[in-house]
Design a binder for this molecule. Structure first.
Ligand SMILES: Cc1ncc(COP(=O)(O)O)c(C=O)c1O
Length: 430
C-alpha cells in the first residue's frame, strides 16, 4: 500500500499544497466531514461528463458524482444551457417565481404523493421538517429510524448512524430518547421495538435503499410491514427518497413497491446538481404546514430558508428531470451498467466480496467475520472496511478512478461499459 501512497503523493503535489492552505482555514480542511480521506483529498479544478480533473491535471472517472446527485454526469449540456439562461436573468429573487412552478408540475406528476410541495436547500432540512411535521400532525414525539440510516446532519436524526449504533454520534444532542432505532430488513424485531413505543410514536423515517450505510435495498415485505403497523398506529410513514428519487426510474421507488407514504423527501437529482431539498406529501398531511388563519399552537411551522426555491436550483432541477423524462433510456442504460458492475466485481474478487446495490448504485463489501450476505448496516459495518478504504484509495492513486473512499458508487449517463470494465480490471489487480 505504501507504493500507492507514494504514487498518490507524487501525482498530487499541487493538491497537497492547496489542501494545507485549506486546513488552516477550514475544520479538517473540508466543509463536509466525509470529504476528507488520508493523506489528503485531491483538489478539483474542473469537471466534465464522467470526469473530475484535479489541480495537478489528473483525470478521474468519477463514481461519487456530486454526492450521487449528477445522474446525467458533470455539466450536461441541457442543464448548463438552462442555468446560463437563468443567470442572465439573475439567480436569486427571494420571491415567488415560475421556475418553481414548472419544477413542481414535473415532480407532482412523477411522484403521485406530492400533492403539496415545499422546497428547501438541502436534504438535511427536508428531513428535519418532515420530522417536525410528523410530530405536529400526530401530537406525538418519537421518531423511529433505521440502524445506519443517514438523513443528514439534523440534530434529531443524527442518531444510530454508524456502528456501534448505541453510541451517540455527537455531543451536543438533546432529547435523544425521542429517536428510536430499528434494524433494517428485520420486520419481527422492528415491530417489537415500534410496539414498545407505539403510544408516543409520531412516525418512522426509512430509505428504500439504505444509502451511506451500505447501499442495501429494503425488501418490499419489510417496508410494507412497517408501513402497515405505522398506519394502524395513526403515526406517519416517511420515505426518504433523497438518494433513490429519480435514480432508478423517472419518479420514486415507492410506487414500484406499492407503498403508501405520507411524506416523501427528495433532493440530489431533483436539483440537477444545485442546492435543493424537497418535502412533499399528501394534501391533508402537508396542510398542517399551512399557516393561514392558524394560531401558533395549531400550525406546523416548517420549510423555507433564504435560498429556498431559488430560480437557479429550480431550472437545473427542471432541466435534469425533463431530460430524464424525455430520454427514459438513460435508466435502462445505467441500471444495466450497475447490474454488470455488481456481477463482474463479484467475479473479479472470486466471491470474497458482496457487491450490494440496485440499478446504477453499487458498493463492494469485503466479507469477513462469517458474514456471507449484506442485508443490513450491522453486517456492512462488520465487513472489512479497512480493505474497502484501501481498494478505493488504490483506484484513486493508480487507476484514475474516484470513489469517495468507503462510499457507494453511482453510475451516470456519462459512463460507459468500458468505464465499468476499467473498475473490474482495477479490482482484479487489487
Ligand atoms: C438518504 C439521505 N437523506 C438525507 C440526506 C441529506 O441531504 P443533504 O446532504 O443534501 O443535506 C442524504 C445525504 O446524503 C441522504 O443520503
Amino acid at each position: 500500500m505504501d507504493g500507492y501512497l507514494a504514487e498518490y503523493k507524487k501525482r498530487t503535489r499541487t493538491s497537497a499544497k492547496i489542501f494545507a492552505k485549506s486546513s488552516k482555514l477550514h475544520v479538517n480542511g473540508v466543509s463536509h466531514n466525509i470529504r476528507f480521506y488520508e493523506p489528503y483529498p485531491f483538489v478539483v479544478k474542473k469537471s466534465s461528463g464522467k470526469n473530475l480533473t484535479d489541480v495537478d491535471d489528473n483525470d478521474y472517472a468519477d463514481y461519487w458524482m456530486g454526492h450521487w446527485s449528477l445522474i446525467l454526469g458533470h455539466g450536461p449540456k441541457q442543464v448548463k444551457e438552462s442555468l446560463k439562461k437563468q443567470i442572465e436573468k439573475s439567480w436569486m429573487y427571494g420571491t415567488v417565481n415560475e421556475q418553481t412552478i414548472r419544477l413542481s408540475e414535473l415532480i407532482s406528476k412523477a411522484v403521485p404523493v406530492a400533492e403539496k410541495i415545499r422546497y428547501v436547500t438541502s436534504g438535511t432540512e427536508a428531513t428535519m421538517y418532515a420530522v417536525r411535521l410528523a410530530r405536529s400532525v400526530t401530537g406525538k414525539g418519537i421518531i423511529a429510524k433505521i440502524d445506519g440510516g443517514w438523513h443528514g446532519y439534523t440534530s434529531d436524526l443524527l442518531k444510530s448512524v454508524s456502528w456501534p449504533f448505541a453510541e451517540s454520534e455527537s455531543s451536543g444532542m438533546v432529547n435523544e430518547e425521542k429517536i428510536v432505532s430499528i434494524p433494517y430488513n428485520d420486520l419481527e424485531e422492528s415491530l417489537k421495538i415500534l410496539k414498545k413505543h407505539s403510544k408516543d410514536l409520531a412516525g418512522v423515517i426509512i430509505e428504500p435503499v439504505l444509502g451511506g450505510a451500505g447501499c442495501i435495498p429494503a425488501t418490499r415485505d419489510y417496508l410494507k410491514g412497517v408501513e402497515e403497523f405505522v398506519h394502524k398506529n395513526k403515526s406517519l410513514f416517511i420515505l426518504d427518497e433523497i438518494v433513490t428519487g429519480f435514480r432508478f426510474r423517472y419518479g420514486c421507488l415507492y410506487p414500484t413497491m406499492k407503498l403508501d407514504p405520507d411524506i416523501v423527501t427528495l433532493g440530489k437529482i431533483a436539483g440537477g446538481g444545485m442546492a435543493i431539498g424537497v418535502m412533499c406529501g399528501k394534501k391533508e398531511i402537508m396542510g398542517f404546514a399551512d399557516t393561514a388563519g392558524k394560531k401558533k399552537s395549531e400550525r406546523s411551522y416548517v420549510g423555507g430558508g433564504t435560498f429556498s426555491a431559488n430560480p437557479a436550483s429550480m431550472v437545473t432541477g427542471y432541466a435534469t428531470l425533463s431530460s430524464l423524462k424525455s430520454k427514459k433510456s438513460v435508466y435502462s442504460k445505467i441500471n444495466s451498467l450497475g447490474e454488470f458492475a455488481r456481477k463482474e466485481i463479484t467475479k473479479a474478487f472470486d466471491g470474497r466480496v458482496a457487491v450490494t446495490g440496485k440499478g446504477s448504485l453499487f458498493m463492494t463489501h469485503f466479507l469477513q467475520n462469517g458474514i456471507s450476505e449484506i442485508t443490513n448496516s450491522a453486517q456492512a459495518s462488520n465487513c472489512d472496511t479497512q480493505t474497502l478504504q484501501r481498494y478505493h484509495f488504490k483506484m484513486i492513486a493508480h487507476d484514475g478512478i474516484f470513489f469517495l473512499p468507503g462510499k457507494l458508487g453511482a453510475i451516470s449517463d456519462a459512463h460507459s461499459k468500458e468505464d465499468i470494465k476499467k473498475i473490474v480490471l482495477a479490482s482484479e489487480n487489487f
